[in-house]
Design a protein around this ligand. Structure first.
Ligand code: SF4
Ligand code: SF4
Length: 623
């Protein structure tokens, strides 16, 4: 909880969420600048630092901001680091794809003030479009990667990463993952430093800070030397350790997998030496070689890809040690681990029996009796109204391509709306529409959220204007970053740390870059939206419709705060049971009882869109 994150009682043990512990680590490390774009499972790091910032003002000061995208956030933190200050950013794993261009070059430049990028991976893709393992980025970009195995360790590792970043002149990636970011654990608080955010004089270092080819060629071997020195440090660092035991079979366990391995060994009543690894890049090869030297067989336990296993296999050849893990089927190649999965692998290594198949059968039969709960858009969600209008116009056309983007509106894929055909990554709805416009006979109606429009939607729209590409882009402007927890973005007048911002209007941006058809429509007005869509489809060039209505959750919150009564709607006498409100439209507040549609007043947001959908005007505000 926030009160514990800002508690100034060194030595006290508190219960924190993994992401809160990472935020507390940043506070104890005395960060100067924090910048991030929200993305699950990293968002609470940013939200916690945003709330803590206001409380710590005047005592431990840092600049906190919500950036327009991850590349910008990364570069904001680079700016702080190059000026000698501690800069930090946090993002979900796919966010690092956006920031990767800056990451690779900054490794050559090197950190001056400490630089830490938290990359929160998402094994099993609980809320992500892929399962990428960002340890590869560390290897490819020659950037150190550390990975905590517990909530308490996460806080300490943030501080260590800042210290090592300054000592070795390297940017650091701290790899978290859903199970660490979103679980809670005991954290022993350290000191919150007293500090003001003082501005400093700029010192020029063009030899390192300007990566023109001649400098970059000189910087690469320096970077390699820094990593070699860091590897020596990691070999004796207490973030990696060996749990000693007798036997010729052992386990190398990485990050959170260490806990699964320890519990699995206990469950099986088996003793094996375990090397717990937290430095993922560079790997402490001497420590690993010493560990392997006493073994005949080793099992590498790590989530998502066999990053460590591949390297251990290469080392083990010379030592004549048999290596097991993902690559030989001891452990699964995909998805998140748990104790049972790891226990199955360890049982096989130790020649023990473990009835995993029975466990899976039990889990399957339990899943079968649980009611299916597919994710749905909220009652009163303005996107539902927009998608309903889009679907209606597409049905009139007969066919259309409907690229969309990353956000809660991706749920528009579901029946009966079926208003989402493509989702690749942030901003790709506009990018792919450019390509589709070259090759399709059909109309193209793309959708993108307001936060995503600013994130990566603008450059492909510029491309569309420049090339005269014909498609309709509907910006679903709900005045927030909805999916990750209602963080602000440049389109609203709020900033981080409770400061007032300068809202950038989406329609102004579109007009300024040369879009000639720009209209703003209230999302709940489905007739006006249909009309705008029909006209936009006739426009020769990119056409933008901004569909504007605050997120239903925010709207409810605002009305409640102002004491405004929310009037639910009800299905009245005139209902002909045509079921249009259920079959063609979809709102979780409407359900069927005894063959008739009924509205749950506790869920209804009172948006009135279902009343506009009903052909018999049977839905009215409840009396
Ligand atoms: S659309 Fe209107 S008439 Fe048809 S079922 Fe729903 S409430 Fe009844
Ligand atoms: S008014 Fe209709 S569409 Fe709006 S929240 Fe209530 S039931 Fe859903």
């Amino acid at each position: 909880m926030l009160k514990d994150v800002i508690l100034d009682e060194p030595g006290k043990r508190v219960f924190l969420l993994g992401n809160e512990a990472i935020a507390r680590g940043a506070i104890e490390a005395g960060i100067d600048v924090f910048s991030a774009y929200p993305g699950t499972p990293s968002s609470e790091i940013t939200d916690t630092l945003n709330s803590a910032c206001k409380h710590l003002r005047g005592r431990m000061e840092y600049r906190m901001e919500y950036a327009v995208n991850e590349k910008v956030a990364f570069e904001v933190a680079i700016g702080a680091s190059l000026a000698g200050k501690r800069g930090m950013t946090a993002m979900k794993h796919v966010g690092l794809n956006v920031a990767a261009d800056s990451l690779f070059s900054f490794a050559y430049v090197g950190a001056r003030g400490g630089f830490v990028c938290v990359s929160a991976d998402d094994p099993s893709m609980h809320s992500s479009q892929n399962e990428q393992d960002n340890r590869w980025y560390g290897i490819a970009a020659k950037v150190p990667v550390v990975e905590p195995s517990s909530v308490g360790e996460a806080k300490e590792m943030v501080k260590l990463a800042f210290d090592l970043s300054e000592r070795f002149g390297l940017p650091f990636i701290l790899r978290s993952y859903t199970r660490l970011s979103h679980s809670s654990g005991i954290v022993e608080l350290g000191e919150i430093p007293e500090k003001r955010l003082k501005k400093v004089r700029w010192e020029r270092h063009p030899d390192t800070d300007v990566v023109l080819p001649a400098h970059a060629r000189r910087l690469k071997p320096i970077l390699q030397k820094k990593l070699a020195d860091l590897e020596d440090f990691f070999t004796s660092s207490d973030i990696n350790w060996v749990d000693e035991a007798d036997g010729k079979r052992g386990i190398i366990a990485c990050g959170m997998s260490y806990n699964y391995a320890v519990e699995a060994l206990e469950n099986l009543g088996v003793e094996m030496p375990v090397l717990k690894l937290s430095s993922m890049n560079p790997l402490p090869r001497k420590l690993i070689a010493d560990f392997l030297a006493n073994l005949d067989e080793v099992l590498v336990v790590e989530e998502v890809d066999p990053v460590v296993e591949l390297q251990v296999r290469a080392m083990a050849k010379e030592l004549d040690v048999e290596v097991h893990g993902k690559m030989d089927g001891y452990l699964p190649e995909n998805f998140e681990y748990n104790v049972s999965i790891v226990q199955k692998g360890i049982a096989r290594l130790g020649g023990k029996s473990y009835d995993y198949a029975h466990l899976l059968e039990t889990a399957k039969s339990m899943a079968e009796i649980a009611p299916p709960r597919p994710p749905v858009l909220c009652p009163g969600c303005p996107h539902t109204a927009t998608f309903y209008a889009i679907r209606k116009v597409v049905n009139e056309l007969g066919n259309a391509s409907l690229p969309s983007d990353i956000g809660c509106y991706t749920l528009g894929i579901n029946k009966p709306l079926e208003a989402v055909d493509i989702t690749i990554c942030m901003g790709a709805s506009v990018g792919t529409s450019n390509g589709l416009s070259y090759v399709l006979d059909d109309a193209i109606i793309a959708t993108i959220g307001d936060s995503t429009f600013f994130h990566t939607g603008i450059p492909p729209l510029v491309n569309a204007v420049y090339n005269g590409n014909r498609f309709v882009l509907v910006v679903l402007d709900n005045s927030t970053t909805g999916m990750t927890g209602h963080q602000p973005h440049p389109g609203v007048d709020a900033r981080g740390c409770g400061e007032k911002g300068h809202a950038v209007r989406i329609e102004d941006v579109c007009r300024a870059i040369g879009v000639r058809f720009v209209e703003v429509v209230k999302s709940y007005n489905i007739r006006a939206m249909e009309d705008a869509l029909r006209r936009a489809l006739k426009h020769d060039g990119p056409a933008v419709i901004v569909s504007k209505q605050p997120c239903a959750i925010l709207w409810n919150r605002e009305r409640k705060a102002k004491g405004i009564r929310i009037t639910p709607f009800e299905v009245g006498e005139g209902c002909m049971e045509c079921m249009k409100c259920v079959r063609e439209f979809t709102c979780p507040a409407i359900y069927i009882q005894d063959g008739r549609p009924v509205i749950d007043p506790a869920l209804c947001a009172g948006c009135g869109v279902c009343a506009a959908v009903c052909p018999y005007r049977a839905i009215k505000p409840a009396r």
